[in-house]
Design a protein around this ligand. Sequence first.
Ligand SMILES: *Cc1c(COP(=O)(O)O)cnc(C)c1O
Length: 336
Amino acid sequence: MITFYPGPSKVYPQVADYAAEAIREGIVSLNHRSAGFMDIVKETVRLLHDKLDIPADYHIALVSSATECWEIVAQSLTAVSSLHPYNGAFGKKWAEYAYKIKPPVSLSDADVLCLVQNETSNGTQVSMETLAQFRRDFSALIAVDAVSSMAGIQFDWSLADVWFASVQKCFGLPAGLAVLIYSPAALKRAEEIGENAHYNSLLFIHENFSKFQTPYTPNGLGIYLLMRVLQQVPPIGTVDALTKKRATDWYAFFEQEMMNSPFRVLINDPTTRSDTVIAVQGNEQEVNKLKKAAQQEGITLGNGYGDWKNTTFRIANFPAITDEEIGTLTQFLRSY
Ligand SMILES: *Cc1c(COP(=O)(O)O)cnc(C)c1O
């Protein structure tokens, strides 16, 4: 069985051994305030800076999910209200969660701009050029949901103050852990707001992580697996080149070889197409038939999501997927 589901997605096969190792060697039973555990957290944070090329002055914390990060941005980094320009289901959900905590106000009073870099639901992305434009036009904080692109493509980290991703997409790991990255300006904002009413208030998280600890008993297995996978993966520049090459190939494949099929790339404008999630459109019946046929060949395609639930399928272009698996899927589509 091979999977192209864009989350939860294929995990690196080595994760099976890393998980066995974590249990056999008692790592999952370590007290989370012990030196042994703190060393793992410290090394994981070091590897994130190193492998993803995150600026040295940007802080890193580990939390449970991207959804939790949406709430942290609203409760700890938003003074009045946030702004949510979005074009898909995840951007919409983020706005809904945020507005429950900080109800919307008039545009000019918003003090955090919230952007989904890669909209997993419809296969679009915000380019670094567009993000740079937002950076020039908007003087307050910028927070970026990069759940389905972080560790798959390279970012210019300086273009935003907060970046986060859960690990079940491009990191090739099981769900239940998220990476939260925040700039000195974001920390300063948190200090000005002074919000400390929650177990996951950013100030409290920051205080704990500066000692390589966590406010609550963390997902120790997940953190260990993240550390082991980061040791194994190449630097982000190398991963970025591979992801983009594969994305170019996928789009060319649908526009050329699949030209006479009932399927079309959902997004017409090549400049907004995602590098990591390829959304393909067709009528409901055709999409259903294709997904079933693929399943019979041992290939799981991603369902559509939100407004595009029944009329699209999605193909994850995540680093854990191999060239051989991509070859199997293209061969299946070609002969379909
Ligand atoms: C998957 C996904 C999420 C949700 O992540 P959780 O770990 O389930 O909270 C949020 N945003 C985007 C863009 C996603 O793809």
